[in-house]
Design a protein around this ligand. Structure first.
Ligand code: NDP
Length: 499
């Protein structure tokens, strides 16, 4: 176990000590609701802050602020170059406050400070600057038309992209800052206004980032944050009549609820949902690459990653070698609080989630599954689950089919790649998958046949701002990232002129 912890910045302590409200019309403000929600440090189980529990009336105030900002073209009416410049300044401010944001993220979410610095801040900056650049690339097309009436009339026609309006962003607790900015940035780049709701478990970083957005020059009302429960605040936001689009990341069950509500108003939805992501390891794979890549792919952020590898199918000739390699690797992982930079495995996000993950393992233990476990967390405090390999789990166990979203990965012996492919695709999910081989023909064959929105070869879980990402089957609808990202945040308007 590792214990040395980094020192807390004074600005972080001051932020934790504030009486947090909502962020509406370019400033922090008190919620009408007097209910408060507690934010817990997963490493200690201690309360570290409280936030407002917004009521539907509070949500309405935030949406109406965003709506006013949109209809008076406070943001969409600026030139694209102006918006790009302000968004780049916003990224610079996030970078300047990077350590403060990283510490807040680790304190509320539990993840390693190294991951908070590298992903929540470092990767977020890449995404922010990439998306800021898209602001000046929005374009339509000119189109030749063949309208025959009235005889002899001539027409010029073109399309233009317009921002959809007010967007609702619903953010999960696994990467609150990074996933939050995957909603804020395309909305702002397209010229929309946004009301964003972080998870009640991890609300702090987006409240701080909203202040930086105002400091960067994003007009009042364009970027609003409401904190509160999913059932009340989230539901009020996603079903509000002035919401034009919902961008949601979270569980498949909640995603379906949001899609059902959106059907009533025909609101656009992008849903990035869960996964039960397979990796197929062929017998000619490089064992060192497999172990390095799939240890990270499975255990990064304690497996609380929608894209994580959670089922590894290994061709028989390589099975024993890889099981002993994974065993050695899992037993060498250091476990400890996120504020201790050398601890790779940290607590899970909450007591409730820790208990949920533990029930999967308890069921496996009760049914005599073969479990290989790594180090334990510190005794008596924090929401720790030891990193665990499950060897050849019985098909009847819940962890073979359901998303565990914890530091648990299945290692399964298969007789050949065809069996692996059949098992890999036998799931309701279709988010990510990977193939591990040194044979390019086999790699390409299985990238074609795996049913997933992203398929990697000889790596897993590595994403990029320029590469579209999203799910097939029940892992979601729509794609984020890539050069066409803003299409999902714009309407296409056709214009046809007779001359
Ligand atoms: P949820 O889907 O419940 O939560 C995701 C977000 O949706 C949170 O902000 C939540 O708010 C909000 N929310 C909940 N109910 C509603 C609603 N009716 N209307 C609008 N918003 C709502 O996921 P959980 O936090 O319960 O996590 C459960 C499982 O979801 C995990 O075990 C994992 O399987 C999956 N998950 C997947 C993620 C991914 O990246 N794909 C990320 C996180 C979870 P609040 O938290 O305040 O209730």
């Amino acid at each position: 176990m590792s214990t040395s912890q980094i020192a807390l910045l004074a600005s972080v302590q001051q932020f934790l000590d504030r009486q947090h409200g909502l962020y509406i019309d370019g400033a922090p403000c008190a919620a009408q609701s007097e209910n408060r929600l507690t934010v817990w440090d997963p490493a200690t189980g201690q309360a570290i802050a409280t936030t407002a529990d917004a009521s539907p009336a509070d949500v309405d105030r935030a949406v109406m602020s965003a709506w006013r900002a949109f209809v008076d073209r406070r943001w969409a009416g600026r030139t694209p170059a102006d918006r790009e410049r302000i968004l780049l300044r916003f990224a610079d401010l996030v970078e300047q406050h990077g350590e403060e944001l990283a510490q807040l993220e680790t304190l509320e979410q539990g993840k390693s400070i190294a991951i908070s610095r590298a992903f929540e801040v470092g990767c977020t900056l890449n995404w922010m600057r990439y998306t800021a650049g898209l602001t000046t690339k929005i374009s339509g097309r000119t189109l030749d038309v063949s309208i025959p009436f009235p005889q002899g009339a001539r027409y010029q026609a073109w399309t233009k992209k317009e921002p959809v309006g007010v967007v609702a962003g619903i953010v999960p607790w696994n990467f609150p800052l990074m996933i939050g900015m995957w909603k804020v940035m395309p909305a702002l780049a397209a010229g929309c206004s946004i009301v964003i709701k972080p998870s009640e478990t991890t609300p702090l970083t987006l409240l701080r980032v909203a202040e930086l957005a105002s400091e960067a020059g994003i007009p009042d009302g364009v970027f609003n944050v409401v904190t509160g429960s999913g059932a009340v605040c989230g539901a009020a936001l996603t079903s509000h009549p002035h919401i034009a689009k919902v961008s949601f990341t979270g569980s498949t069950a909640t995603g379906k609820q949001i899609a059902r509500a959106a059907a009533d108003t025909l609101t656009g939805v992008t849903l990035e949902l869960g996964g039960k992501n397979p990796a197929i390891v062929l017998k000619d794979a490089d064992p060192a690459w497999v172990i390095e890549g799939l240890m990270t792919g499975s255990f990064l952020n304690q497996g609380q990653v929608c894209a994580a590898s959670s089922r590894i199918y290994i061709e028989a000739p390589l099975f024993d070698t890889l099981v002993s390699g994974f065993e050695q690797a899992v037993k060498s992982l250091s476990v400890g609080p996120g504020m201790s930079p050398e601890a790779f495995i940290n607590p899970l996000v909450s007591r409730a989630h820790c208990d949920k993950v533990q029930t999967f393992l308890d069921e496996a233990t009760a049914r005599n599954a073969e479990l290989i476990t790594g180090n334990r967390g510190p005794d008596g405090k924090g929401y720790y689950v030891s990193p665990t390999l499950v060897v050849n789990p019985d098909a009847a166990l819940r962890l073979t089919r359901e998303e565990v979203f914890g530091p648990v990965v299945n290692l399964v012996r298969v007789s050949d790649a065809e069996e692996a492919l059949q098992l890999a695709n036998d799931t309701e999910y279709g988010l990510t998958a990977s193939v591990w081989t040194q044979n390019i023909s086999r790699a390409l064959e299985y990238t074609d046949r795996l049913q997933a929105g992203t398929v990697w070869v000889n790596s897993h879980t590595l994403i990029d701002a320029n590469l579209p990402f999203g799910g097939m089957k029940q892992s979601g609808t729509g794609r984020d990232f890539g050069p066409d990202w803003l299409d999902g945040w714009c309407e296409t308007k056709s214009v046809c002129v007779r001359y």
